[in-house]
Design a protein around this ligand. Structure first.
Ligand code: CUA
Length: 152
């Protein structure tokens, strides 16, 4: 009889242990997404900082933050001048659907997801006109979705 009681206790302990393992694995699995993707209401982008003030903002010695918004079918601001040699941290979100954000000839190539903020950094060491274009299909005028930034 005593053996049966100990066996029951042992099995119970095993189940408790497995339950704890399961719960902690579940808790780890539902952790919020990584820190550099802040949640944001796409419909309120224009009223939400920093996107209420798009454009190039100096944040350090030769370092700038370029706040930009992607929408169907373009980018805001539609023009930007970047000082030669500047390191630019692009901070980009979408006001509607998924767009692309690529600058051919550079390492800049991001997917812009509505509700998320994407970041990429590039140092512009050559003067000229740089194309920013959308490389995610986003509708009828997708292939015309582009803008130009000038480095001088
Ligand atoms: Cu936006 Cu394609």
């Amino acid at each position: 009889k005593l053996e049966k009681i100990w066996l029951t206790i042992g099995i119970t302990m095993l189940f408790v242990f497995l339950a704890i393992l399961g719960v902690s694995a579940f808790a780890m699995g539902v952790k919020p997404p990584s820190e550099h993707h802040h949640q944001l209401d796409p419909a309120k982008v224009q009223e939400t900082a920093p996107f209420d003030n798009p454009g190039l903002h100096q944040i350090g010695d030769n370092e700038y933050e370029a706040v930009m918004t992607a929408f169907t079918f373009g980018y805001a601001p539609d023009k930007m001048e970047i000082p030669l040699g500047a390191t630019v941290n692009f901070t980009v979100t979408s006001q509607d659907v998924v767009h692309g954000f690529a600058i051919p000839g550079t390492n800049v190539n991001m997917m812009i997801v509505p509700g998320e903020v994407s970041h990429v950094t590039h140092t512009f060491t050559k003067p000229g006109e740089y194309l920013i274009l959308c490389n995610e299909y986003c509708g009828g005028a997708h292939e015309y979705m582009k803008t130009t930034i000038t480095v001088r």
